[in-house]
Design a protein around this ligand. Sequence first.
Ligand SMILES: Cc1cc2nc3c(=O)[nH]c(=O)nc-3n(C[C@H](O)[C@H](O)[C@H](O)COP(=O)(O)O)c2cc1C
Length: 364
Amino acid sequence: MSYTERDAVKFAYWVPNVSGGLVISDIEQRTNHSAEYNRKLAQIAEKAGFDYALSQIRFTAGYGADEQHESVSFSHDLLAATTTLKVIAALLPGPWNPALAAKQIATISYLTNGRVAVNIVSGWFRGEFHAIGEHWLDHDERYRRSEEFIRALRGIWTEASFTFRGDFYRFNDYSLKPKPATPLPEIFQGGSSRAARDMASRVSDWYFTNGNTPAEIARQVDDIQEKARANGHSVRVGVNAFAIVRETEEEARSVLAEIISKANPEAVNAFGHEVKNAGKASPEGEGNWAKSSFDDLVQYNDGFRSNLIGTPLQVAERIVALKHAGADLILLGFLHFQEEVEYFGRRVIPLVRELEEAKVLAAE
Ligand SMILES: Cc1cc2nc3c(=O)[nH]c(=O)nc-3n(C[C@H](O)[C@H](O)[C@H](O)COP(=O)(O)O)c2cc1C
């Protein structure tokens, strides 16, 4: 066995298409949600060795995110500005229906040589649904709808004539032409509740989860992979992290301390209230933010819990530990995206590749 590209952990970054960056804090952030900033960032990222960029979908303001550019059109713009980067466009069933989404993404796939992917999100922000006149379904109903949405996307993209009888969507001998370019757009999903894990084990190509320790990630991965095997399905796992990489550990830790000390408590608590409510509505009363503390919630998706905070070597070692817990992809947020994505590609990714190769050789 030798180390191949397939063994290499993948890297993605969060597209800052929403204002305020990735932390709910008044700390200075040299990150901007403009198109100009994001095009340059995407170009830096693909040169730095990033495989994917993930856009966000938000319909209304809240918790420091006053302005939000739409995910599919923004993703297309980034694809037009790059040549190898894959861009994952977030889709929220409800506002999107699968017929429009399948058509829109097939066209972007055609325009960009198959570099577009999708992230199906199921919704956590009740106020947003209310604002745009969308029904707020129960937690598990949201996932039942998302699963039908994914089955419909895949069916439309792969079948010559697609018929589907669901509780949320119906199709009758529908033929989408042209189909998306090859490879087909990959289907990601976000969430970590039991409903999310079950859905991933049946229909998604990728399962995205909030930041966490290797032990907690391993627990989720074991559950998903066991169910996926039983379903004859194959799924890969992406883990969120907020990276603070500096030449010394003290420097990195002091940046984290400053982010938290400058957090906006009202916004963090309101965000925590909303997301914890969304998760509590699941039958198990759990979900992505079930165990999040105030400090965790300062980063939208518990990114500090993955602990990619330290020197390049410390961070590279922790990435490899997450990989060994079952992560196939690390999704990253940064304080100053352009500078830090470039630094991460120069100082961290080469160390990760060395450590991965050494592990493979040691196993031979
Ligand atoms: C990596 C990742 C990205 C997400 N992106 C979005 C997004 O752009 N818009 C959104 O409304 N929800 C987003 N979500 C939220 C999820 O779709 C889901 O509603 C939330 O994680 C709660 O799920 P759970 O109760 O199953 O844990 C994202 C979640 C993760 C993990």
